[in-house]
Design a protein around this ligand. Structure first.
Ligand SMILES: Cc1cc2nc3c(=O)[nH]c(=O)nc-3n(C[C@H](O)[C@H](O)[C@H](O)COP(=O)(O)OP(=O)(O)OC[C@H]3O[C@@H](n4cnc5c(N)ncnc54)[C@H](O)[C@@H]3O)c2cc1C
Length: 309
């Protein structure tokens, strides 16, 4: 495509601008995007989609892609949870939403799927001021709607799955939530916890807040990896929480890797649910009296989940 064609496509297909980027390391970034015309209404925990044209350059060192004829002019979109910095530059709880939305994104260099990763190799080439596409309608059931002021709220995630939790944590602290709030995130290396210093500061300021960062590839954790599932099964989570897990007053939010979540499959004919192997968090918690939310208003659950793939 000619530079004129590309400039024309960018002008007509893009509706948002990058206002800030912070790369925690080359494969992990916090990205702030402002939509032309202002911020659409939304709730903490929800997601939208970001998109870039197939004509945009790809990050070096990523799986090669070969586009079909005609695909060069198409936009590729993916869903992204809306994140939150929680604290402002002055170190205080952000007073409210700014003019931008924060996203927390990992570069997928190679895909397990037959198709190579299409969007993140392009997103990681963005610089401040660049244009992109953002779907204006922000959506999703993964919100704080069922949480009552004194409830215990557990946020359990893998990798960038902490993004919606950070926005929900901000909302709870902003509301003056009186129940306990615990957030645990499992990553490979400590450098993959982009918000660690924020969580540490929150723990100093809010006696009802606890953060647990779990790593699986650091020298001291390689030999005895603790996954989110182990945290619950071993009783460590309750120890950190300072109270037993009580399904009557606790909401659990699970986000990220589907293996951690372990959504049971329902047999279409018999209606019998079977849990996946290896054991995910839903199975462990359902054995302890919790119930996964099936998005049926008449039978609300207290385990809420968002699978990233
Ligand atoms: C509701 C929803 C919200 C999401 N929010 C986020 C978010 O806030 N941050 C984010 O980084 N991703 C998020 N994702 C995943 C995102 O939509 C893309 O799939 C991801 O960014 C990879 O895009 P891609 O086109 O490069 O590769 P794709 O072709 O989309 O994915 C290729 C493979 O990459 C792996 N993968 C996808 N996402 C991740 C991930 N986050 N961490 C590790 N491996 C992954 C999976 O094995 C997947 O099959 C979300 C997905 C959904 C459904």
């Amino acid at each position: 495509m000619t530079p004129e064609q590309i400039a024309d496509l960018r002008r007509t297909k893009y509706n948002a601008s990058v206002v800030w980027i912070h790369k925690t390391h080359p494969d992990l970034m916090r990205l702030r995007v402002a939509l032309d015309g202002g911020l659409p209404p939304h709730k903490p925990g929800q997601y939208t989609s970001l998109g870039l044209g197939n004509w945009e350059p790809r990050h070096p060192g990523c799986q090669e892609e070969s586009l079909k004829p005609g695909d060069e002019q198409r936009i590729v979109r993916r869903a992204y949870s809306i994140g939150c910095p929680i604290l402002g530059d002055d170190g205080k709880l952000l007073p409210g939403q700014g003019e931008w939305l924060e996203f927390y994104i990992v570069l997928v260099r190679e895909s397990e799927k037959p198709q190579p990763p299409a969007l993140t190799p392009r997103l990681f080439m963005l610089r401040p001021g660049d244009r992109l596409n953002m779907v204006e309608k922000i959506t999703g059931h993964y919100t704080l709607d069922p949480v009552q002021p004194g409830d215990t709220v557990l946020f359990l995630s893998t990798g960038t799955g902490e993004a919606p939790h950070n926005y929900m944590i901000w909302e709870l602290l902003h509301r003056g939530h009186t129940g306990r709030i615990l957030s645990a995130c499992c990553v490979r290396f400590k450098k993959d916890l982009a918000y660690l210093s924020t969580h540490e500061e929150l723990m100093r300021r809010y006696p009802n807040y606890v953060f647990m960062g779990l790593t699986t590839r650091e020298a001291d954790t390689m030999t005895h990896k603790i996954y989110i599932q182990d945290l619950i099964a071993s009783g460590q989570l309750e120890q950190q929480l300072g109270q037993p897990l009580d399904p009557a007053h606790t909401h659990v939010y699970l986000c990220g890797n589907p293996k951690m979540i372990g959504v049971p499959e329902k047999d279409k004919e018999t209606g019998v649910r079977s849990y996946p192997k290896p054991k995910g968090v839903i199975e462990i918690l359902e054995q302890r009296g919790f119930k996964a939310d099936q998005h049926q208003p008449k039978v609300p659950g207290n385990i809420h989940f968002e699978e990233y793939w």
